[in-house]
Design a protein around this ligand. Sequence first.
Ligand SMILES: Nc1nc2c(ncn2[C@@H]2O[C@H](COP(=O)(O)OP(=O)(O)OP(=O)(O)O)[C@@H](O)[C@H]2O)c(=O)[nH]1
Length: 256
Amino acid sequence: MPPATAKHSPPGTQLVVSFKHDKLALAFFQTQTQHQLLPPPRTRIFKIIVIGDSGVGKTCLTYRFCAGKFPEKTEATIGVDFREKLIEIDGEKIKVQLWDTAGQERFRKSMVQHYYRNVHAVVFVYDVTSAASFRSLPAWIEECKQHALGHEVPRILVGNKCDLLNSVQVSTDLAQQFADTHSMPLFETSAKNPGSGDGGSRGSSDHVDAIFMTVAHKLKSQKPLILSQPPGGSSTDTVALKRGRNESEESWACGC
Ligand SMILES: Nc1nc2c(ncn2[C@@H]2O[C@H](COP(=O)(O)OP(=O)(O)OP(=O)(O)O)[C@@H](O)[C@H]2O)c(=O)[nH]1
């Protein structure tokens, strides 16, 4: 019996092979997707960009939040890496998209415009063991400003690598002063060992999960983009995004 193949099935159809009275009958049935029958449950999505110098731990932080562990090895991000996690806040399922951007200028150039489009929150990261990464923060803030991301977009400051207690170059006081000046909350953490710390002046570091959940809580009260796709859809799909009810009916295609 030749294998049943459906090379040219029209979109939205499914090949159904049925055996009846020992005869092979092939029938195409229109697949009535949930999307066609019912309005799909809408999942609000939050796009959060994570920026900072190369090597501060952006990939490790986003991986820690989305995969729940520290990556075994990382390489410099080229362009952008995209991770997402479905979380539940007050009974509502929300998709958090973390855009892990390249810290190295040569890997950013062609992508910068994409990073800053339709952003809901910004996470600035520095490495507590690198004064240089802390000194770069004003430049990252400036880049955000140039892409029309001002104070209306929630922003937080994260000092990473708090597990490296003996190599700290950026004091909590200094970082707090900077955060206050720029009206951002400060979190100190370790993607490698969240919750670590000396329990002394630096205290225990914040949990990575708690940091991103705090941002998500803050965003939940806003009206972000609505994703017209049932929860659980592939993150690599091209999805149509619409603005929330209070905003214009403009829509975008997001090839994320
Ligand atoms: N000890 C320690 N090392 C960390 C931590 N987070 C990241 N690292 C290490 O720091 C290095 C850089 O981490 P990445 O997450 O790749 O840094 P990045 O900011 O994404 O770098 P780019 O992709 O180049 O922008 C890696 O060797 C990580 O293992 C941490 O919390 N503690």
